[in-house]
Design a protein around this ligand. Structure first.
Ligand code: ATP
Ligand code: MG
Length: 558
């Protein structure tokens, strides 16, 4: 694809608001937070939020907190807490001392709930979840008051304390704010503040039998931490009046403001923890860090450099309207970064044996290969040329069409860093498949140039048969075949060809010996990174990304 047009980088409506607030002297310091719920691994949508919140704290005087929004113990796990911290660090950001948990505030949130009851602003409702849902009304119809709405303060306090003490089973009662059942904004129709849940919490253990709702916990946590700008995604725009209602009614120590921005959506991708969790649980992928996953752990394993992700979120900017970003834009950023940083090596993904008949048997020679065409400081390395080599199956055709300039009978090509070679014979198996080529080389073309000035139209990569190393290479394509997969029935949209395993590949010995964790470019093939599934006998390499934008064709081919 052509280079995507970058929006004006570095400025957006949120930064404009912050700048104006600073200019007016509203704050000395800007305090933001990234508030993940530890119920899954982070994905690239979170990267946008992290880069925004931590980026703001770097650009303006201020700080950014990492706060776990751990109010739902049923879905939350320590594994997720750990992975989220690792991912934020990997992306290049640091919260320093500012690591917090909403559960740290459970006592205060509880006291404030009692205050709302005493002020006549909250009540215990005995209706079932279903009854509450049905009486909430719709966008066009007002809701109905609960029959329990006018309980006395004393009765409410007594019941709420007994909810806390664990006297009632899950779902028996809830605490609701008493706002307005006929409000045009459904979020203000007596939202639930607390529900009964007898569950073990990763941090508070069994201390609590009631847990606060997101809406109740979130803004108050912001206020406790002195957050100045609380940035969330657009779905929460209609929750802002409720956010402000709590801040107004409670004796909170500061007055944060909520701002909403567009979520990141990507073509061929679903960014929802619910879907990602199901992909893992149902075995559609090999785990949260499967290289096809849009998780940061998956992208890290796949060799995506964090700098490419930072560049991507910078380019997409921060907007007020939702949109879908072409995944090609992400791939473009990955390719740009890797082109700049990745060392070059050679690998043959589908090997075809070549015997150079006029090269003396038993002889070998060391040829020099450059490690990066644009960076001389990356140096050179040696590769061994000899009589028996491998080339790529796709680089040979016995009966080539007109525009095929690579190897074919009688045609001469350049082997990268080595010699001109010409195909002189073809050996086939019983089935008529080409299994080996006979070639001749021109000793005068050492290094890849002919002294007589003759030209060849193709330069091909190759490897020595004797000293190259067998490897498994994994080629990843889009996880979904549909450019806009359906989150409700995503399994039908999965790409059956999202993983292709090439188990007979060969790589340079230097690649096999190195334990480098950085991706490399395998010339003419793309960028690849050593996978953790490697064993001493068999290295495994994953393709981070191909050299060109080819995935659309690959998906279409299916
Ligand atoms: P999901 O919908 O994937 O479950 P979530 O919003 O429930 O995500 P949280 O852990 O609550 O996940 O999100 C933490 C922060 O990341 C929130 O501030 C949320 O707004 C932000 N965030 C989540 N997904 C995206 C996205 N796709 N684009 C931008 N920000 C996002
Ligand atoms: Mg959430």
């Amino acid at each position: 694809m052509t280079e995507p047009v970058a929006p004006e980088v570095g400025r957006d409506f949120i930064r404009d608001i912050i700048q104006a607030d600073l200019d007016q002297g509203k704050y000395k310091e800007i305090v933001t937070r990234f508030p993940p719920e530890p119920n899954g691994y982070l994905h690239i949508g979170h990267a946008k939020s992290i880069a925004l919140n931590f980026g703001i704290a770097q650009e303006f005087p201020g700080r950014c907190h990492l706060r776990f929004d751990d109010t739902n113990p049923v879905k939350e796990e320590q594994e997720y807490i750990d992975s989220i911290q690792a991912d934020v660090h990997w992306l290049g950001y640091d919260w320093g001392k500012n690591l917090f948990y909403a559960s740290d505030y459970f006592d205060r949130l509880y006291e404030w709930a009692e205050k709302l009851i005493r002020d006549g602003l909250a009540y215990v409702d005995d209706q079932s979840q279903e009854e509450i849902r049905l009486s909430r009304g719709t966008l066009t119809e007002p809701g109905k008051n609960s029959p329990f709405r006018d309980r006395s303060v004393d009765e409410n306090l007594d019941l709420f304390r007994r909810m806390k003490a664990g006297e009632f089973p899950n779902g028996a009662r809830v605490l609701r704010a008493k706002i307005d059942m006929s409000s045009g904004n459904i979020n203000l129709r007596d939202p639930v503040l607390y529900r009964i849940l007898h569950a073990h919490h990763p941090r508070t253990g069994t201390k609590w039998s009631i847990y606060p709702s997101y809406d109740y916990a979130h803004g108050q946590s912001d206020a406790i931490e002195g957050i100045t700008h609380s940035i969330c995604t657009l779905e929460f725009e209609d929750h802002r009046p409720l956010y402000d209602w709590f801040i107004e009614k409670l004796p909170v120590p500061s007055r944060p403001h909520q701002y909403e921005m567009a979520r990141l959506n990507l073509t061929y991708t679903l960014l929802s923890k619910r879907v990602l969790t199901q992909l893992v649980r149902d075995g559609h992928v090999a785990g949260w860090d499967d290289p096809r996953m849009p998780t940061m752990a998956g992208m890290r394993r796949r060799g995506v450099p964090p700098a490419a992700l930072r560049e991507f979120v910078k380019r997409i900017g921060v907007a007020k309207a939702n949109s879908v970003v072409d995944v090609g834009m992400l791939e473009f950023c990955i390719r740009e970064e890797l082109n700049r940083t990745a060392q070059r090596r050679m690998a043959v993904l589908k090997p075809l044996k070549v015997v150079i008949e006029n090269y003396p048997e038993g002889q070998t020679e060391e040829l020099e290969a450059i490690n990066h065409p644009d960076d001389p400081t990356a140096g050179t390395r040696k590769i061994t040329f000899g009589r028996e080599l491998y080339i790529e199956q796709d680089d040979f055709m016995e009966n080539p069409p007109k525009k095929f300039f690579r190897l074919s009978p009688g045609n001469e090509v350049r082997l990268r860093y080595a010699y001109f070679v010409k195909c002189t014979g073809v050996i086939k198996n019983d089935k008529g498949e080409v299994v080996e080529l006979r070639c001749s080389y021109d000793p005068a073309t050492k290094g890849g140039n002919a002294p007589d000035g003759r030209k060849v139209k193709a330069t091909m990569h190759w490897l020595p048969a004797a000293t190259s190393v067998p490897a498994e290479i994994r080629i990843y394509n889009q996880l979904f075949a549909n450019p806009s997969p359906d989150a409700a029935k995503f399994a039908a949209d999965l790409n059956p060809n999202s993983l292709e395993i090439l188990s007979d590949a060969r790589i340079e010995a230097s690649v096999a010996e190195s334990n480098a964790t950085e991706p490399m470019q395998f010339e003419r093939q793309g960028y690849f990174v050593r996978d953790k599934d490697s064993t001493p006998g068999k290295p495994v390499f994953s393709r981070t990304i191909g050299l060109r934008d080819t995935f659309a064709k690959e998906v279409a081919k299916g």
